[in-house]
Design a protein around this ligand. Structure first.
Ligand SMILES: NCc1[nH]cc(CCC(=O)O)c1CC(=O)O
Length: 305
């Protein structure tokens, strides 16, 4: 029996446990280790008020990273789209594993698809990006702000309080709730949040240990290139994770393509870009796309910056 123990820091939400558990099992198997889950309760879990009033989604990330930095955990796993774009001193993204579905999913009553929702239907989402793109296509819908974990949101539909909710397909898939999806919103209808569906596996910088070595082997180069392009775009727009910015990059053959949109929160106007580059120059592609959007006047839709 091996004496190696991989300590994986994780929040206690169902999604966090599913994601951390899946990565932990893969790293542990590669390293011949056993897994110890280190539960972390963050400010965002304790305080359920509107995220904007308690410091944004960063409140979830900070608590988890503290466990890494003070040595309680060896690795931590984040939904990449929840990470701020600025790098953190002392922490390295050791792996960006192969991406799950990057797309958003409509979960509606009675199996309805977006175009079949009756006029005036209520759709729950707390995301300005999702709200704006829904309203751009269906101005008649009533977007209702909601928060809470995936199960709480799905219950709003199953209990008849809302006609539909929009959630990341990746989260639903990882939680085994793909059955709730009635319409996967492809890139032509809704561009996802930068890095949606991707995970970031973090280790302390400079620690060349058995667990960083094993973690690095989970890195997927095409996913990393796509995520770099999407997040450099977000960074250069100086927009946060709740900004009305959609972006989707993918490696196709030798090329990396990037599509992005900045939308008015009421869906009344938008700026778009579609560019291609080399996967080796992913950051440059994101930067050029952001400059293009700013040149079109997109900064005016990004609000106070
Ligand atoms: N904002 C919360 C969050 N962060 C990551 C996911 C889903 C998983 C992913 O995008 O990787 C979700 C839920 C959602 O947006 O529906």
């Amino acid at each position: 029996m091996s004496s190696r123990v991989l300590r994986v820091g994780t929040r206690g939400s169902a999604l966090a446990l599913a994601q951390s558990g899946m990565i932990a099992d893969r790293v542990a198997r590669l390293a011949g280790a056993t897994v110890e889950l280190v539960r972390i309760r963050t400010e965002g879990d304790v305080n359920t008020g509107p995220l904007a009033t308690i410091g944004g989604t960063g409140v979830f990330v900070t608590g988890v990273r503290e466990a890494l930095l003070d040595g309680r955990a060896d690795i931590v796993v984040h939904s990449y789209k929840d990470l701020p774009t600025a790098p953190t001193e002392g922490i390295t993204v050791a792996a960006v594993p192969e991406r799950e579905s990057p797309f958003d999913a409509l979960c509606a009553r009675d199996g309805l698809r977006l175009d079949d929702l009756p006029r005036g239907s209520t759709v729950g989402t707390g995301s300005p990006r999702r709200a704006a793109q829904l309203l751009a296509r269906r101005p008649d819908l009533a977007v209702v702000p909601i928060r809470g974990n995936v199960d709480t949101r799905l219950r709003q539909v199953s209990e008849g309080h809302l006609d539909a909710v929009v959630l990341a397909a990746a989260g639903l898939n990882r939680l085994g709730r793909a059955d709730a999806i009635t319409d996967v919103l492809d890139a032509d209808r809704m561009l996802p949040a930068p890095a949606q569906g991707a995970l970031a596996v973090e280790c302390r910088s400079g620690a060349d240990t058995w667990f960083t070595e094993a973690t690095r082997t989970l890195d997927d180069a095409p996913t990393r290139a796509a995520v770099v392009a999407e997040r450099v775009l977000l960074r250069d727009l100086e927009a946060g994770c709740s900004a009305p910015v959609g972006a989707f990059a993918q490696v196709q053959g030798d090329a990396l393509t990037l599509r992005a949109v900045v939308v008015a929160v009421d869906g009344s106007s938008e700026f778009r870009v579609h560019r291609a580059g080399s996967p080796a120059a992913a950051a440059d592609l994101g930067a050029r796309a952001a400059a293009d959007l700013i040149g079109q006047g997109a900064a005016g839709l990004l609000g106070a910056r």
